[in-house]
Design a binder for this molecule. Structure first.
Ligand code: TMP
Length: 208
């Protein structure tokens, strides 16, 4: 029995999830909850080093190497951060988790979903987020936001067709797990996105 709750944020690059993160945490803290904020790939000393390799735009790697490194970072993250925090009754808010592997490596890179499911089960067992907020934007909107960034990373430099596949895989996954993954229309104004997130979180706080 794990007393804390596990919330993950997902979306294509430029979907605006990181902008929402700060006040989501504030909202949970105002409700008297203890929070741990973390991210993937990353969240541990080893995971952050793997992140640097994975995001390095001068690095080339096989899609399966990329996938294995994502899950290696996740294994460490679960062991060192996520499971200990949840066991202590804390709420863990992670900027990305395994849905990103299904979307980016499965959808984007075309990796076989059965292979991803094997890794998912190996690394996570039955553990899944209690709630995933998927920030959905059209690819053009995400790419327009990313184009403002000076130093794009290995994923951000991908083309529109890649992000179309990533978005389609996220939406497929949201349809597959409607109780866990809530779609937030992130092309709305910031205030509207905030209101939608707040409503979803209140539902979870009240019924969870
Ligand atoms: P971020 O920029 O949102 O922090 O995420 C880093 C990048 O890593 C983002 O482009 C998505 C990518 N990613 C994957 O491809 N697979 C994964 O499993 C995770 C967690 C992230």
């Amino acid at each position: 029995m794990i007393p804390g709750k596990f919330i993950t944020l997902e979306g294509i690059d430029g979907a605006g999830k990181s902008t929402q993160l700060t006040w989501i945490v504030e909202l949970l803290q105002r409700a008297g909850l203890q929070t741990v904020v973390t991210r993937e790939p990353g969240g541990t000393a080893l995971g952050e080093q793997l992140r640097a390799l994975l995001l390095d735009k001068t690095m080339t790697m096989h899609a399966e190497t990329e996938t294995l490194l994502m899950f290696a970072a996740r294994r460490e993250h679960l062991d060192k951060v996520i499971i200990p925090a949840l066991s202590q009754g804390q709420w863990v808010i992670s900027d990305r988790f395994a849905d990103a592997s299904f979307a980016y490596q499965g959808g984007g890179r075309g990796l076989n979903v059965d292979k991803l499911s094997i890794l998912e089960h190996w690394v996570q067992g039955e553990l899944q987020p209690d709630l995933t907020l998927y920030f959905d934007v059209p690819v053009e909107v995400g790419m327009q936001r990313v184009s403002q960034i000076k130093n794009v990373d290995r994923f951000e430099k991908e083309q529109a067709d890649f992000f179309q596949r990533v978005r389609a895989a996220y939406l497929d996954r949201a349809r597959q797990f409607p109780d866990r993954i809530k779609i937030i229309d992130s092309s709305q104004s910031l205030a509207e996105v905030k209101a939608a997130v707040e409503q979803t979180l209140k539902d979870v706080l009240n019924h969870g």
